[in-house]
Design a protein around this ligand. Structure first.
Ligand code: AMP
Length: 394
């Protein structure tokens, strides 16, 4: 298959389950009896909570060690648990068969990207997944993200450096692949510093190849939670392609990540050299999320960035972006917006708003309690009722 098919050349496409095959499975579904399924991690509580509010059946694929936790939150307790011992078992014939049997629509989240991997979801997940399977594949590859966001959508991104050409004196951040949430990232001011730290890390060749060196942006972080519905071609904000309305872009919320320990290092009262002596290393590992709203005059730009992202996706891969996605941005001191990452599925930052964020309230009204989990379930329900599931499952 061709590159334009959303895949990275023949090796992956050869093994990809064709979308027609997934759609055949959907044809066999009892559309009045859909089960929303996810895996016990990341944003599962919110996804199940939202699906239950939409009165859909729910099931959770769960490591038995986590069962107690997921049984202890009563309003988010799934109707059914399916047990797996390791992440790869999610794709086993038994689990996949069971999911299809229950008319499952799988809702992927960050742990699917990190632990199951988009290429395995493309090749071995026969159960229909909400959204566009190809987008997860684009999220997992920082170069593809850049092609999409900077190359095609024209959004501003931090400069990217090659280690050999890195100019001493500049400040950069060294990033690793995957969706581990900032784990292991570090700042550098010189090539030698980067070499030394990377050598100490004793990385496998594959991991080293996935390193990205990005200009360090000194700005304020805003993570925008969008939802794009190809089903809604009426309400504003409509995305238009060649003068034709193709779907609605919604701003469902915003957050900022709480990262340990980088945000609180000032509390040590130590300078970098003293910190080093004390064995304290700055870390960007995410451990939670903080709610946020943005200065209202900046919102048109936020929508514009979301719209450009959706439009570019429609040109880059079949079906384009569908459902939840998040643009992770910096706002600089001159109020410029710089996107440093995209997540092409529900992000954990939406967990703050099980009853809806301020933006979800302005859009849906506070009675709707439109969390992102609920918004996904609502789209699945509407699509199932209208026999349009194929438009939101690609
Ligand atoms: P990411 O995995 O790309 O979402 O990045 C994790 C964290 O690293 C972010 O939440 C930021 O705190 C930090 N970070 C990422 N990229 C940059 C950058 N270009 N400049 C400064 N900090 C960054």
């Amino acid at each position: 298959m061709a590159m334009s098919d959303g895949c990275n050349g023949a090796d992956l496409c050869e093994y990809r389950i064709p979308t027609e095959k997934i759609h055949e499975t959907l044809e066999s579904y009892d559309r009045k009896n859909i089960t929303v399924v996810t895996a016990a991690s990341h944003s599962a509580l919110q996804i199940i909570h939202g699906a239950k509010k939409e009165k859909l059946k729910t099931a959770l694929v769960c490591d038995p060690k986590r069962e107690k936790l997921y049984k202890s939150f009563h309003a988010s307790k799934p109707d059914k648990f399916i047990y797996i011992d390791k992440w790869s078992d999610f794709l086993s014939a038994d689990v996949q068969g069971e999911l299809i049997e229950m008319n499952a629509v799988v809702v992927p989240h960050g742990s699917f990207v990190e632990y199951i991997k988009p290429e395995n979801l493309l090749s071995d997940c026969y159960a229909p997944q909400f959204g566009n399977r190809h987008t997860l594949y684009w999220e997992a590859d920082r170069q593809k993200q850049r092609t999409w966001l900077e190359g095609k959508a024209g959004l501003k991104m931090p400069k990217q450096y090659k280690l050999d050409a890195f100019e001493d004196g500049k400040l950069a951040i060294v990033k690793f692949g995957g969706a581990k949430g900032g784990q292991g990232f570090f700042k550098i001011k010189s090539k030698d510093e980067a070499d030394r730290i990377l050598d100490e890390m004793n990385l496998h060749e594959n991991e080293r190849a996935k390193i990205t060196i990005q200009e360090y942006i000194a700005g304020s972080r805003y993570y925008h939670h969008f939802f794009y519905s190809p089903l809604d071609k009426k309400k504003e904000w409509q995305v238009e392609v060649e003068g034709k309305k193709v779907g609605r872009l919604e701003l469902n919320g915003m957050d900022r990540r709480d990262e340990t320990n980088v945000d609180d290092l000032h509390r040590t009262g130590l300078n970098p050299t003293e910190m080093k002596k004390a064995g304290i290393k700055p870390s960007y590992t995410v451990c939670g999320n903080i709610p946020l709203v943005m200065r209202e005059s900046l919102l048109p730009k936020v929508f514009e960035m979301g719209e450009k992202t959706v439009k570019a996706s429609l040109e880059l891969f079949p079906g384009g972006m569908i459902g939840p996605f998040c643009l992770e941005t910096f706002v600089t001191s001159d109020l410029d917006h710089i996107v440093f990452e995209i997540s092409t599925r529900i992000v954990a930052g939406t967990n703050i708003y099980p009853q809806g964020s301020p933006y979800a309230d302005y859009d849906w009204g506070e009675k709707a309690e439109m969390s992102m989990g609920r918004r996904i379930a609502r789209e699945i329900k509407l699509a199932a009722r209208a026999n349009r599931l194929k438009e939101v499952i690609v």
